[in-house]
Design a protein around this ligand. Structure first.
Ligand SMILES: C[C@@]1(CC(=O)O)c2cc3[nH]c(cc4nc(cc5[nH]c(cc(n2)[C@H]1CCC(=O)O)[C@@](C)(CC(=O)O)[C@@H]5CCC(=O)O)C(CC(=O)O)=C4CCC(=O)O)c(CCC(=O)O)c3CC(=O)O
Ligand SMILES: NC(=O)C1=CN([C@@H]2O[C@H](COP(=O)(O)OP(=O)(O)OC[C@H]3O[C@@H](n4cnc5c(N)ncnc54)[C@H](O)[C@@H]3O)[C@@H](O)[C@H]2O)C=CC1
Length: 193
């Protein structure tokens, strides 16, 4: 059974700790910034690779700390991502984060994740997150590529226009729901997309 519950986080107003500035750390930072360029990230690593440094340099809210992981870096954080190549350190990060009731993701260990990072499709205001329940990240990537192709670019225009109409609607909640449902009825007919 797939019991994951997706949410959309405002990571520009949350503090994220990312430990590990190697290949996987770079991949995680890159996807985070692609969706959320102003994400507030503190990155701690013994060494950062070139690509990580470049990504961080171009992002306004990424702070780099060249150091070994230490518990003190969990202070004032909301979310923690562990991506070192040392399993014991990743486990330590997990355990110390849980002691503080933080949400934690250990990149290579689904069992130690409170949440998964998903594939993400963005078309303006429309954002779709994809997960395979941790079973096949490659499938999440392929589905992301497929949806990027098939969802029309102008879906954002549609959303913007409906939003304008929504703002003109006077009346109670029930009236608005009915008016918006009527307007968008055609969208769920098979032939429209
Ligand atoms: C559980 C999860 C935890 C987490 O990281 O959050 C996790 C775990 C693992 N990933 C592994 C490997 C790969 N990951 C990717 C790619 C992505 N992985 C992502 C998410 C997740 N990966 C979470 C589950 C998401 C879900 O529910 O579906 C994506 C969607 C988002 C992101 O990374 O931000 C991003 C695609 C983004 C995009 O393109 O849109 C590729 C493909 C590639 O890079 O081409 C490979 C190589 C091929 C392969 O192995 O499948 C391994 C094995 C490591 C090993 O063998 O050493 C593990 C560990 C394990 O499964 O045990
Ligand atoms: N390479 C891959 O395709 C994937 C690898 N993984 C797993 O993810 C983990 C990380 O892999 P890579 O990023 O490829 O390794 P990597 O060697 O490129 O990066 C590891 C990073 O962790 C840092 N680090 C190590 N110990 C530390 C500590 N105590 N404190 C702070 N920083 C520390 C290193 O300085 C380095 O920057 C491995 O366990 C690997 O099995 C998971 C998914 C895919």
């Amino acid at each position: 059974m797939n019991s994951l519950y997706p949410i959309f986080l405002k990571v520009h107003q949350l503090n994220i700790l990312l430990v590990g500035g190697g290949f996987v750390g770079t991949e995680k930072l890159s996807f985070l910034l692609k969706s959320s360029p102003k994400a507030q990230v503190t990155a701690v690593s013994k060494v950062f690779n070139e690509e990580f440094l470049k990504l961080a340099h171009d992002a306004p809210n990424v702070t780099l700390i060249e150091d070994m992981y230490h518990e003190k870096y969990l202070g004032a954080k909301h979310i923690v991502i562990a991506a070192t190549d040392d399993k014991a350190v990743n486990k330590q990060i997990h355990d110390e984060a849980k002691e503080r009731y933080l949400l934690v993701n250990v990149a290579d260990t689904p069992d130690l994740c409170d949440f998964y990072l998903g594939g993400i499709v963005t078309k303006g205001n429309v954002k779709i997150a994809i997960s395979t329940n941790g079973k096949s990240p490659t499938t999440a990537k392929r589905l992301r590529q497929l949806l990027e192709e098939v969802i029309p670019e102008d879906i954002n225009e549609l959303v913007e226009n409906i939003n304008k109409y929504r703002e003109t609607l006077k009346g109670d909640f029930e009236y608005k729901v009915e008016a918006l449902n009527k307007l968008t009825e055609g969208l769920v007919e098979k032939s429209k997309f």
